[in-house]
Design a protein around this ligand. Sequence first.
Ligand code: DQA
Length: 148
Amino acid sequence: MKTVLVLNGPNLNLLGTREPQVYGSQSLEDVKALCQGACKSHGFALDFRQSNHEGELVDWIHEAGKSHAAGNLAGVVLNAGAYTHTSVALHDAIKGTGIVLIELHISNVHAREAFRHHSFISPVAKAVMAGFGVKGYAMAIAGLADLA
Ligand code: DQA
């Protein structure tokens, strides 16, 4: 059984209480349960993580690269949060691994402030999703199943 790695970046631990008008009222634990359900229906194992630290996310992408090379990874769903708009390090890490990665945003970043319109992740992502709320996570896992 292949694994889907769902990575969440900074401030996503605050889901449910952080700007609920933008991100909804579901917590990160709720999102994990949603992902667990989606993985179960598509025959994937789930590895679900969150970090507020850029370097830790880079380390996890490298780990995913090893898992990909060993044939154990279906893909990565990455909500890099604000690092989306700033991180050359994440861009380089993804590029260096050859992993299949879906860039995900809960909100439609293009309908928000101009500083959210640029992504360092998009050029190295297989697909980009934004604006479906937390349901987007399940949709991204379904997308990975379709690609497999
Ligand atoms: C986000 C959008 C980012 O601009 C923001 O910094 C986040 C969350 C989203 O899921 O909509 O932290 O990635």
